[in-house]
Design a protein around this ligand. Sequence first.
Ligand code: HEC
Length: 101
Amino acid sequence: MKKILLILLVVTFSSSTFADPKMDLGLEIYNNKAQCGVCHTLQAAGSAGNIGPNLDQLKPQMPQIIAAVTNGIGVMPPWDGILTYAEIEAVAYYVFNSTNK
Ligand code: HEC
């Protein structure tokens, strides 16, 4: 019985340490709401689009991603007004943390 409790404790502890809701939200926006992967390659999200730059190679910084997503750049459309600022920040956070390791 003690062993089971200990295992439960360890599992609960480790999942709350590593789960990051902002990463989950960012991935959801990347794959579904904004579908960045249609145009971009990002290994962590399993996308292989090649209309825009490969994000794994570009390793963009947070302000760079936020600016590109908010205002658009080249043929990339702006998401200002489509995604909320919190969503833009979450997808930027996701891309940044998936590529800048
Ligand atoms: C319709 C295709 C398309 C979609 C969808 C798209 N992008 Fe892009 N993206 C591009 C293209 C093309 C460029 C290169 C633009 C240029 O440099 O002229 C680019 C550039 C970028 C850059 C680099 C900006 C810079 O400063 O060089 C980042 C970061 C980026 N996109 C992130 C995203 C994210 C995050 C999403 C989803 C919210 C997304 N893109 C959706 C086509 C797209």
